[in-house]
Design a protein around this ligand. Structure first.
Ligand code: RB5
Length: 149
């Protein structure tokens, strides 16, 4: 499974930790930056990673900024992206199971590295349940179609 990673300066250090975990556990990783703690703009990295997921170049994505909020808002502007900001493991598996979330967003200033890694493991280990949830996701896609012309 190939995972797209993206972060701003607020998420840079956590991104590096997550990349180490992913590589150690057999995942393919595409790192879209940022590559230092120098101040930068989270939409730039959200866009690169979200496009890689939307185009199916990567299977899933993980995006990190200080709160996780800005980077998830930006990623969700890309058609086909369902980015979920999670600060707990229940949300991390529920959003895969019910929302078929294809990007996990994390706030590096909100969760510590231990919890963040548990959230990553939980998100990647969960599967979309389909069934009644599919109809709801199709309705999200209909909203996209209405406004993205
Ligand atoms: C950067 O200082 C900060 O605003 C950013 O990482 C993020 O928290 C925005 O939502």
């Amino acid at each position: 499974m190939k995972i797209a990673l993206g972060a701003d300066h607020g998420g840079f250090e956590l991104k590096e930790e997550i990349i180490s975990y992913l590589k150690d556990n057999g995942y393919d990783v595409e790192d879209y930056g940022t590559y230092s703690k120098e101040s930068c703009d989270y939409p730039d990295y959200a866009l690169k990673a979200a496009e890689a997921v939307a185009s199916k170049e990567c299977d899933l994505g993980i995006l990190i900024c200080g709160t996780g909020i800005g980077i998830s808002i930006a990623a969700n502007k890309v058609p086909g992206i369902r980015a979920a900001l999670c600060s707990d493991t229940f949300s991390a598996h529920a959003t895969r199971e019910h929302n078929d979330a294809n990007i996990l967003a994390l706030g590096a200033r909100v969760v510590g590295p231990g919890l963040a890694l548990d959230i990553v493991k939980t998100f990647l280990g969960a599967k979309f349940e389909g069934d009644r949830h599919l109809a709801r996701i199709n309705k999200i896609t209909e909203i996209e179609k209405k406004y993205y012309k």
